[in-house]
Design a binder for this molecule. Structure first.
Ligand code: NDP
Ligand code: 8X3
Length: 252
């Protein structure tokens, strides 16, 4: 019987690539995000390219009532979630702390920390009940290091890193694995969101170097979830070869 994976933020980037990778490798998939049309497009693609069953749930991870409603609406079969990929997240704005926009800060904190917590709070009891499960938290190199103007985004990803460690302890006796994935620069919609739609500025981030691609992270997630029952990959820091640390880049 296929296992089931729920992926947040599956309408783009790492989440979309992960949904496809897991669907191609024997998982039934619950895809989630706010953009309903993109969810339906991905659902059709997975159905046409794989044998997986797909369910799409459109909700905003920042709204606990929506998260609770979405998870509680699942049929019994879909509640047997084996893998939760807490991927939905974003960076908005890039300013020194004295010039930061409060709304940007709220969006990052509400999505990256509170949204991840809301989804985990609704899904983890289903895993605890079955004494099996695997939670993958998408953190970042920004959860290991800080950089100029990264302030609040880095703080949210440090929080994800801490939550991964903490969840692993809390869920130890329930046989639930927790994996923290910390990517460096991945070319997705991430920079377009960070620069609020300024595509030219976003493109410059990746100019003159080969960044990671969403598929690279999806493959790492696939590796983590396909280890034997007695093996847990706790933490993976994955960087482009051209990025030694956040601010040390080799551009041609
Ligand atoms: P994308 O912008 O390409 O994708 C982000 C996904 O998150 C989208 O599917 C978006 O869906 C979803 N999302 C954002 N806000 C919400 C919300 N409030 N409710 C539900 N879903 C939401 O970025 P990436 O794929 O790069 O980012 C995925 C994760 O990887 C993030 O946590 C990011 O911080 C992390 N990361 C990214 C790196 C990079 O360089 N790209 C490096 C390290 C970590 P929708 O808009 O439809 O809601
Ligand atoms: C995204 C990586 O370096 O832009 O999490 O913060 S970085």
């Amino acid at each position: 019987m296929n296992k089931t994976a729920l992926i947040t933020g599956a309408t783009a980037g790492i989440g979309e690539a992960t949904a496809l990778a897991l669907a191609k490798n024997g998982y039934n998939i619950i895809i989630t995000g706010r953009r309903a049309a993109l969810l339906e497009k991905l659902k059709a693609k997975i159905l046409s390219e794989t044998n997986a069953e797909v369910l799409s749930l459109c909700f905003d991870v920042r709204k606990h009532s929506e998260v609770r409603q979405a998870v509680s609406s699942l049929e019994t079969k879909w509640k047997q979630i084996d893998v939760l990929v807490n991927n939905a997240g974003l960076s908005v704005g890039l300013n020194h702390i004295d010039k930061g926009e409060i709304d940007d800060w709220e969006r990052m904190i509400d999505t990256n920390i509170k949204g991840l917590l809301y989804v985990t709070r609704e899904v983890s009891p289903l895993m605890v009940e079955r004494k099996t499960g695997h939670i993958i938290n998408i953190a970042s190199i920004a959860g290991k290091e800080v950089y100029e103007s990264g302030n609040v985004y880095c703080a949210t990803k440090h929080a994800v890193d801490a939550l991964s460690k903490s969840m692993r302890i809390d869920l130890l006796h329930d046989n639930i694995k927790v994996t923290n994935i910390a990517p460096g620069m991945v070319e997705t919609e991430f920079s377009i969101v960070r620069f609020k739609g300024d595509k030219e500025r976003a493109d410059k981030v990746y100019q003159g170097l080969t960044p990671l691609f969403a598929q690279d992270i999806a493959e790492a997630i696939l590796f983590a979830v396909t280890r034997p029952a007695h093996v847990c990959i706790n933490d993976m820091l994955i960087m482009p070869t051209a990025q030694a640390a956040v601010a040390y880049l080799r551009r041609t």
